[in-house]
Design a protein around this ligand. Structure first.
Ligand code: C5P
Length: 237
């Protein structure tokens, strides 16, 4: 399903895809993760409002969990999120949800930003860093955080290798792409892809890394939700 909503749906510019279709089974909530409560409203509200008010984003496509399209549209209306051009039904995996949402992005869009609703605290500072690097001539840019722990590859319970962590980063969203390169990444097999950048890399794209933001915590468990709720409260109204 593709449901047009309040839509300004402007052509060209930067389109955001907000993937919110995960079940969130590890959260232990009676509803999909995007509709779990965060500071008195659905988790989805936080990232949707932030992207809608971002000066860098022109239009938004939301991938909602199956059966939750109407609540997502109502939420966008309540937030007066006027950049929401479409709400689509997400797929079985994150990559499928992105692919479905990408079909709603017009051909003349220049840049596509993809963000996980599970990371509520997206802000303009990180978006600006990503877009500035993209403008320097790469195909995609991701935010990365240095890894503090020692990382080991393990086979059947035994360490096979200790990996040099200096060369590693943990990658977050939002991720930004030249629209045609993201489409090329999604034109083939997407099984197993846990982020968009890996598909762009796989199809020959050059992806750069800029500094991520520790506040872009991904909500997976109830304790992540509590942590993000505290961060939201600290920010105040
Ligand atoms: O499950 P996980 O937290 O890794 O998902 C990352 C993001 O992808 C979340 O915002 C989730 O809602 C989204 N997702 C999706 N469709 C799926 C699975 C995950 O939109 N089938």
């Amino acid at each position: 399903m593709s449901t047009s909503s309040s839509a300004s749906g402007e052509a060209g510019g930067t389109w955001a895809i907000l993937v919110a279709a995960g079940s969130g089974s590890r959260l232990g909530s009676d509803r999909p993760k995007a509709f779990a409560g965060l500071a008195g409203r659905p988790l989805l509200a936080e990232s949707l409002e932030r992207l809608d008010t971002s000066e860098w984003v022109d239009a938004i496509v939301v991938a909602a969990p199956p059966g939750w399209e109407e609540p997502a549209i109502l939420l966008a209306e309540e937030l007066v999120a006027s950049k929401v051009a479409a709400v689509v039904t997400g797929g079985a995996t994150r990559a499928e949800s992105v692919r479905i949402a990408l079909a709603e992005v017009p051909e003349d869009a220049l840049v596509v930003l993809v963000h996980d609703a599970a990371r509520p605290l997206v802000d303009d500072a990180v978006i600006e860093r990503l877009l500035a690097r993209l403008a320097e001539g790469v195909d995609g840019v991701v935010p990365g955080i240095a890894i503090g722990d020692t990382v080991k590859r393990v086979e059947r319970g035994i360490v096979a290798e200790t990996i040099d962590r200096e060369a590693l980063v943990a990658v977050q969203t939002p991720q930004v792409f030249v629209a045609e390169r993201l489409r090329a990444g999604y034109s083939g097999e997407v099984a197993g892809a846990t982020d968009c950048a890996s598909l762009v890399e796989r199809t020959g794209g050059r992806v750069a890394v800029v500094a991520g933001d520790p506040r872009l915590v991904k909500v997976t468990t109830a304790s992540d939700l509590e942590l993000v709720a505290r961060l939201v409260e600290d920010e105040g109204p």
